[in-house]
Write a protein that binds this ligand. Structure first.
Ligand SMILES: [Zn+2]
Length: 197
């Protein structure tokens, strides 16, 4: 393991984590905590989708699934991800959940923290009938992809160190249901330029 720091600002803090020898891309280390046990296949699809979204920006992910993560993380060298609610396909959320956000990056006094929350219940509610009463393999894939896209939107904020939004379906202010369900979704060139800056 060796230290690497390729970009300035907050991205440098995140990347100061690990660069595995011989890996072609630097890793964004994601320290993830699930409030309830995730669906393992959906989790696999999420990781695959997130890596395919981040690769053009020059990153891959390294996951650490943790039983606990700290409530705040001002100086940590990881991105903390907290998955809230039910993250499986066994009991899709049929009722409107009160929190209307899909994901968010924590800020304090105007400063972005490498701390992201993903609202599984809201994502499942938004997908709705698209994942209900379908073949489990299909639902797991769609759910995993949707989690990855919400996470990619928030990681855009973290890696580009910006609270602003882009013009792509992935980084515009509102992630739509259509974007979550699309066969393919990626950063556009401007998104990538902001992340690499
Ligand atoms: Zn946003």
């Amino acid at each position: 393991m060796r230290i690497c720091s390729l970009f300035g600002g907050l991205a440098a803090v995140l990347l100061a984590g690990v660069c595995w020898p011989h890996d072609p891309l630097p890793s964004v280390v994601l320290f993830a905590h699930f409030e309830t046990s995730p669906d393992k296949k959906a989790l696999w699809h999420m990781q695959q989708e997130l890596d395919s979204i981040l690769a053009p920006a020059g990153f891959k992910t390294a996951w650490v699934i943790a039983p606990e993560i700290p409530a705040t993380c001002r100086d940590c060298h990881l991105t903390n991800i907290r998955f809230l609610g039910r993250c499986d396909i066994k009991r899709p959320a049929r009722e409107l959940v009160s929190a209307n956000w899909l994901g968010r990056t924590i800020t304090s006094e105007g400063e972005l923290f490498p701390f992201v929350e993903v609202n599984c219940n809201r994502i499942e509610w938004l997908l709705g009938i698209a994942i209900e009463d379908r073949q489990p393999a299909w639902s797991e894939q769609v759910l995993g992809r949707a989690f990855a896209r919400v996470l990619a939107h928030e990681l855009y904020h973290v890696l580009a160190n910006t609270k602003g939004h882009g013009a792509s379906l992935l980084t515009r202010k509102q992630l739509s249901r259509e974007a979550l369900l699309a066969q393919h979704l990626s950063f556009d060139m401007e998104d990538i330029a902001r992340i690499r800056r």
